[in-house]
Design a protein around this ligand. Structure first.
Ligand code: SF4
Length: 559
């Protein structure tokens, strides 16, 4: 950060992140303020214009990625007439199926597990949905600022008093360029952290205030996805298919998905736990392999890949949700871990958490009291709501898979009949990176590598091209490596530089050293699709993802 005079802006509420959680929070606040004003107000001078929403993407929705199958429960509560208001729906779900794949075959489950039944849900594009939500929030009067990242939390002591936005116009060495503009200091009575999975400010806040004390560590998967235009007649519009098994090994958590968005457009992807023991495991490569399965390939052949994206998914569940309020702050959505990994859904929980945060904040604004005790009512609210009921039933689900797929299936079955308990009241877990084993400890060969053919399968750079990712090249690197000596020495020998494999965007590359004495790490930061996997999976925990200059990153469209 360059030390310069900064403009200070004052807001009632600052929401960092315009995803489903942040936008639901903004929209609900505008509704409550309008109702309050219509009832004659009272003494508190509340204005929806004092609700600020920061979004690091240049356009609302451009950094959002999901399957996505939307459970409309929270949306129905928030915007009961959402269909009349033109909410973009690709298709209602009309059919769903679950398959177990082997390398050459597939077996359809005769009956779908109840948690994977999707009738009543909608197939959506999260990008389009967020844009629509943003319009609703703006109509209510909230102020949205796309292209501005939350770069730093502002504190007074341990009380959160706002956030600083990113400096614009710094060169790669951190020196101001002619177009330099210092970030704003936005002071707010309440700051809402809605940054999404592994939010950079959320991570720092949780550590500083110890908000994760007594909680399980968060566990993550990485999801990679492509959109394909395919000939008609391959997959019916509204079809939802989930797969388990190949190409993932029995030690791994995850599976594939194929969603028929229209009769000629499908979303296809693979999700895999970031707790894989083999440092050479590469989710992007496994996804390419998935598409070569004869049954999957027959659906894509003759089609064309049109979009690509990747994101991490917080799957730790109920026991991994940190304390969700502090003095001046509330945590919502993926940033807090409101996600049901058994149902493969989080949008509805993110929205509901945002709406309940808004109700808590509204009460706090009326009282002009923003302590952890007052904002902690959010914690009570969500624990007394259907959010808690839903998450409690799956409280041990993801942890049950720590020892692999089949033990996980056994635990999941037991949990299903015991209301989520399983063998123990609370399953423990470890951070994902602690599962990674050193090369010397591995048995068996390296995972198979797909040779991309450019038609069905693609290398990472071709896929990144289809994410429309763009960053200003001359800016400080937003992937902060604390010690390159570890990357170029210890990690080469111990883990074989797993960043080359787990990054789905070819950001990390081992290049020959100029003196010919081996290899060194090169960071191609401009490829980054902001999935946060490196921040999570690095075995030495020396990579820190921070937001690049606002507006940079992927430009997802229809994803
Ligand atoms: Fe994801 Fe990190 Fe690669 Fe960026 S550099 S795409 S955050 S793994």
């Amino acid at each position: 950060m360059v030390d310069r005079a900064r403009e200070i802006l004052d807001a009632d509420v600052l929401i960092v992140g315009a995803g489903p959680a942040g936008l639901a929070c903004a929209l609900r606040l505008t509704q409550l303020i309008r109702e309050h004003q219509e009832k004659g107000g009272g003494s508190a001078p509340l204005s929806p214009g004092n609700i600020y929403v920061l979004e690091k993407a240049g356009e609302i929705g451009a950094h959002l990625l999901s399957g996505a199958v939307l459970d409309p429960r929270a949306l129905q509560e928030l915007v009961p007439d959402f269909e009349a208001r033109g909410m973009p729906i690709e298709s209602p779900v009309i059919d769903d199926a679950v398959y177990l794949l082997t390398s050459g075959g597939q077996w359809k489950l005769p009956v779908n597990p109840p948690f994977l039944r999707n009738h009543g849900n909608f197939l959506i594009s999260l990008n389009k949905f967020a844009k629509w939500m943003a319009v609703q929030a703006e109509r209510g009067g909230a102020s949205l600022f796309p292209g501005f990242a939350g770069a730093e939390v502002l504190y007074e002591g341990d009380r959160v008093v706002g956030a600083r936005t990113d400096d614009k116009g710094l060169d790669r060495n951190g020196r101001p360029k002619p177009n330099f503009q210092p970030g704003y200091d936005i002071h707010a009575k309440v700051t809402v952290f809605a940054e999404g999975s592994r939010g950079s400010l959320t991570k720092e806040l949780v550590r500083r205030l110890g908000l994760d004390r007594g909680r399980n560590p968060q566990n993550y998967s990485l999801g990679v996805k492509e959109l394909w235009e395919i000939p008609p007649g391959r997959i019916e519009r509204g079809t939802v298919i989930h797969t388990a098994g190949w190409p993932l090994s029995s030690r791994q958590f995850g599976g594939g998905f194929i969603y028929g968005l229209t009769d000629t457009l499908v979303a296809i992807g693979l999700v895999a736990g970031l707790d894989a023991p083999d440092p050479r495991f590469d989710v992007h490569n496994a996804f390419q392999q998935f598409k070569t399965h004869p049954w999957v390939k027959s659906r894509l052949e003759g089609g064309q890949m049109v979009r690509y994206g990747a994101k991490s998914i917080p799957e730790g569940g109920y026991f991994a949700i940190p304390h969700t309020a502090a003095d001046g702050a509330i945590l919502i959505g993926d940033a807090a871990g409101f996600l049901n990994s058994r149902r493969l859904k989080g949008i509805h929980l993110a929205m509901k958490s945002g709406a309940m945060a808004a109700e808590t904040i509204f009460d706090a604004l009326l009282k002009s009291e923003f302590s952890a005790a007052t904002l902690g009512q959010f914690e009570n609210r969500w624990r007394e709501s259907w959010v808690r009921d839903e998450l409690w039933k799956v409280r041990n689900y993801r942890q049950g898979f720590e020892r692999g797929f089949w033990p996980g299936v056994m635990h999941a079955g037991l949990q299903l009949v015991t209301g989520g308990r399983g063998l123990r009241a609370r399953y423990a877990s470890r951070p994902d990176h602690e599962h990674m084993r050193r090369l010397a400890e591995l048995d068996g060969g390296s995972p198979p590598k797909v040779k991309p053919d450019g038609r069905l399968t693609f290398d990472k750079l071709s896929d990144v091209y289809h994410s429309a990712t763009r960053h200003e090249e001359d800016q400080p690197c937003h992937l902060r490596i604390a010690d390159f000596d570890i990357c170029n020495g210890r990690c080469v020998a111990e883990y074989g530089n797993p960043c080359q494999y787990f990054c789905p965007a070819a950001v990390y590359e081992m290049e020959p050293k100029p003196d010919g004495t081996g290899k060194r790490l090169k960071v191609n930061a401009s490829n980054c699709v902001h999935c946060k996997t490196c921040d999570i999976a690095d075995p030495y925990q020396i990579i820190t993802w921070v937001p690049p200059e606002g507006g940079g990153g992927p430009r997802y469209d229809g994803m």
